[in-house]
Design a protein around this ligand. Structure first.
Ligand SMILES: [Zn+2]
Length: 233
C-alpha cells in the first residue's frame, strides 16, 4: 500500500489490529484471525500519518557509522582533532601519531583487515594512556575510589562499570570514544564513575552526576548525536 510493504502476521490471540515499525524500518501489521482485507487496509490508511512520523524519527536517529579504506589523506579523529592518514615506510610501530598525521606502516596498509586491527589497537593504547591520567582527578572530584580501567570494544555501549569484590571495581571504555572531543570522553568517564555510587539511571544518579558535570544532559545529547557517526572499525 502507498508504495510500502507490510508484513502481515495473523494472530489467534488478537482481537484488534496492530502496527509496528521495526528497528530496521520494516512494517509489521498484526491482524486477528478472520480479519477482512478491507478492514486491514482501512486501518493502515488511518495510521499513515503515524507511520510517516515514526519512520522520520527513525531515519533521524539511524546510526551512520562511516567506513574507512585506509588510504592516504583519509581523516581519523583523536580527541576531537582531525588527523589525515599517511601511509609511510619508516619502520617501527605500525601506527604512530606524529607531525600532525596518523602514520600507518605501508605493510599494514596493504591489508585492510590488518590496517583496521592496527589502528584500533592504537586507539586502545592511546585511549588507555589518556584515560588513566584523567581518572584520578575525576574520581577525586566525585569522591569515589579510583577503579581499574580497560579500553576495548564494549559492544553497543560507550562504557561499563563492574563493581569489585572489595574496593573499586573495573571500568571499561569503548576504544571508539577516543575519536570524540575530550569533554565527551570525560563525560563517559564521569558517567561510569557515578555508577560506583549509584547503579541504574534514576533521579539519584543524575543528581550525583550533575554535581560533577552541571551540563551533563547537554553532553549526553551531544554524545548521542556524535556517537552515531563514529567509526567503529
Ligand atoms: Zn550508565
Amino acid at each position: 500500500m502507498d508504495g510500502r510493504e507490510y508484513q502481515v502476521v495473523v494472530s489467534a490471540r488478537r482481537k484488534r489490529l496492530g502496527l509496528t515499525v521495526e528497528r530496521d524500518g520494516s512494517l509489521l501489521l498484526r491482524v486477528p484471525v478472520g480479519c477482512e482485507t478491507a478492514r486491514a487496509e482501512g486501518f493502515v490508511r488511518q495510521s499513515r500519518r503515524w507511520i510517516e512520523a515514526k519512520l522520520g524519527i527513525q531515519a533521524e536517529h539511524r546510526p551512520a557509522h562511516p567506513v574507512r579504506v585506509f588510504r592516504d589523506g583519509e581523516v581519523f579523529r583523536y580527541l576531537g582533532r582531525e588527523y589525515r592518514l599517511l601511509v609511510v615506510d619508516e619502520g617501527g610501530d605500525p601506527v604512530r601519531l606524529a607531525a600532525g598525521r596518523l602514520r600507518l606502516d605501508k605493510r599494514a596498509a596493504t591489508d585492510p583487515r590488518r590496517a583496521r586491527r592496527e589502528i584500533v589497537a592504537w586507539y586502545r593504547k592511546s585511549g588507555l594512556r589518556w584515560s588513566q591520567r584523567r581518572l584520578q582527578p575525576w574520581a577525586a572530584r566525585m569522591e569515589v575510589p579510583e577503579p581499574g580501567v580497560t579500553v576495548r570494544d564494549v559492544g553497543n555501549r560507550w562504557g561499563t562499570y563492574r563493581p569489585g569484590d572489595q574496593g573499586a571495581g573495573q571500568m571499561a571504555l569503548h576504544w571508539a570514544i577516543f575519536q570524540l572531543p575530550a569533554h565527551l570522553v570525560d563525560y563517559v568517564i564521569a558517567h561510569e564513575l557515578a555508577h560506583i555510587r549509584v547503579s541504574g539511571h534514576g533521579p539519584e544518579y543524575w543528581t550525583l552526576l550533575r554535581r560533577a558535570i552541571p551540563e551533563c544532559e547537554a553532553r549526553k545529547e551531544e554524545l548521542d548525536d556524535l556517537g552515531r557517526r563514529l567509526w567503529l572499525g
